[in-house]
Structures are given as structure tokens and as C-alpha cells.
Design a protein around this ligand. Structure first.
Ligand code: G3H
Ligand code: ZN
Length: 283
């Protein structure tokens, strides 16, 4: 059934585990995430990023409608989340498109401007009954920007600043920069566990990990054990999908029917989702 992100995150926190969130781009992503979650019998979040909307010719509704239908028919709770929103126009489409939550991303701005922009997003989303996540510090590697600067300690989330940001903005959850980086194709990132400890001690809100595809299993487990309650994955599914299609077309250079390679792509993504969810849930 269709669920609300806030409820899934709250339940995960109560159970001292985390809910996995996957970025979707195609119908195959949606089907794979739902099938993977059903195979491990755990709730899941389907996320649509502003970049994915741009890829879908600027339209949110077609993908959102498909995700809503898939969620309604799923045997596990599935929530819809609008991810890395920068445009107010897109933000305002969230409630009618079936989203129970948004991540409003003004993390590129200096602190005061991030706070002002986030605060007005909070007012609007809360009026609509939506759950809202924001980001402080910056998880690098967005939009093809070089990821390495995110390893710089300066880009990390400062606990005292984060405490003030939560109180002043009113957001429901915070994406923290603790060493993960977006769009990594190797699982070699290392988290700053001491910083996570200090953030957990200082903050009274669910914390969200972005760029989780770049983390080895041990780091994912440590993040969840350490108190992260929402874990975002995108690139892991693209690696599975593209790898499966590449292998299939290499082995079958004369293939024509798109269903042939989309079938193996969907299977590979389903397996990736199930594998990731087992790691995220097992703590
Ligand atoms: O918000 C989405 C996630 O942060 C995805 O990051 O593609 O590096 O797994 P990733
Ligand atoms: Zn992200």
C-alpha cells in the first residue's frame, strides 16, 4: 500500500533500523524497487529527484502516477518522496502528484540563505501536510561536479550549526554530510563515525544519508547502527541496470526487442535492491 515517508522513518527509528530510499528514473526502476522490497518484506521509499524530472522531459506526473500505482499494489508499505528539489515550481507539484514528503536542497547556499529558503519551504510543505528533509553541509558529487571536495572537512555538517538549523527551520529530518559522496561507482567511501556520533548526540531529528551507493556494507551497517534512519541510493541501481544491459547486448549483438534487455536490467536492479535492503535492515 501507499504509505507516508514520515511514518516509515518514525517506525524505522523506533525499531532502531533505517528505511532504504531508492531513486527511480524508469518504470523498470519502480518495478525493481517494489519487487526487491517485497522479497525482503520491508517498507521502502521511491524517490524522484529534480534531475529525474528534467530527464522525463520536465514532467513529474507520468513517473509519479506509475510510482503511485505500483505503491498501491505493493504488498509492503511504499512511500513517495521528491528528492533534491531546488525549484519552487516542482515543490508545489508534490502533494497533487502523490508525494508525502520532499527533500528541499538549498545546501549550495551559504548558511543564512539556506536557512531562509528552507524555512519558507517548511512553511509551505507543512501547510500541505508534507514531511520535509533539508541538507546542511554539502554531500558533494551532485550534477557531475567533482566529488572529491566533499571529502574536505569544511563540507561536513557541523553539529552545533545543525542544531540551530533544525530549531530555526523546523524541518522534519536532516541530510548530513559525513563523508559519503553522490554518484560514486566504487564502494570505497569512508564515513566520519565520530562526527555521526556527535550529530546524533546534538540533534533530535531523523538523520538521512545521501550518496550511499559509494559505501561498503560495513559502512552502511555502521551508519544504521550509529543512528541514520533514512538511507538514499541511486547510482547502485544504475550500475546494476547499465551493467546488465551492456552484458546482454554484448552477448546478443543482434537483439532488437527492448523487452529482452529491460528484463535482465530489471532483474539486476531487483537483486541490488534486495541485497542493499538486507544490509540496511540487518543491524
Ligand atoms: O538522494 C539520492 C542519493 O543521495 C543517491 O546517491 O546515487 O550516490 O547512491 P547515490
Ligand atoms: Zn542525494
Amino acid at each position: 500500500p501507499l504509505a507516508a515517508t514520515g511514518e516509515l522513518v518514525t517506525r524505522a527509528a523506533t525499531e532502531r533500523t533505517a528505511v532504504a530510499a531508492f531513486n527511480i528514473i524508469t518504470l523498470e526502476h519502480i518495478e525493481a524497487v517494489v519487487a526487491g522490497a517485497e522479497s525482503v518484506a520491508a517498507p521502502v521509499i521511491l524517490q524522484v529527484s529534480e534531475n529525474a524530472v528534467k530527464f522525463r522531459c520536465g514532467r513529474l506526473l507520468p513517473l509519479a502516477r506509475a510510482a503511485t500505482a505500483a505503491a498501491e499494489q505493493a504488498s509492503v508499505p511504499v512511500a513517495l518522496h521528491l528528492d533534491h528539489v531546488q525549484s519552487d515550481g516542482l515543490l508545489r507539484q508534490a502533494p497533487d502528484a502523490g508525494f508525502s514528503s520532499v527533500m528541499y536542497d538549498a545546501s549550495r547556499l551559504p548558511y543564512a540563505e539556506n536557512l531562509t529558503a528552507t524555512r519558507s519551504a517548511v512553511q509551505w510543505t507543512h501547510d500541505q501536510g508534507l514531511w520535509i528533509e533539508a541538507e546542511l553541509g554539502e554531500v558533494g558529487g551532485k550534477n557531475g561536479r567533482p566529488p572529491l571536495d566533499a571529502h574536505a572537512p569544511t563540507a561536513r555538517t557541523d553539529p552545533a550549526e545543525a542544531r540551530a538549523f533544525l530549531a530555526d527551520s523546523g524541518v522534519d529530518a536532516l541530510a548530513v554530510a559525513i563523508g559519503s559522496v553522490h554518484a560514486m561507482t566504487t564502494r570505497t567511501a569512508a564515513l566520519d563515525h565520530d562526527l555521526l556520533k556527535r550529530l546524533i548526540a546534538a540533534l533530535d531529528a531523523p538523520l538521512v544519508l545521501h550518496g550511499s551507493s559509494g559505501l561498503p556494507d560495513t559502512e552502511l551497517t555502521a551508519a544504521v547502527t550509529g543512528g541514520i534512519t533514512k538511507v538514499n541510493f541511486g547510482t547502485a541501481l544504475n550500475l546494476a541496470m547499465t551493467g546488465a544491459i551492456r552484458d546482454f547486448l554484448t552477448a546478443h549483438p543482434d537483439a532488437v526487442d527492448s523487452r529482452a534487455y529491460l528484463t535482465v536490467a530489471r532483474e539486476a536492479m531487483t537483486e541490488a535492491v534486495a541485497r542493499i535492503m538486507r544490509v540496511v535492515r540487518a543491524r
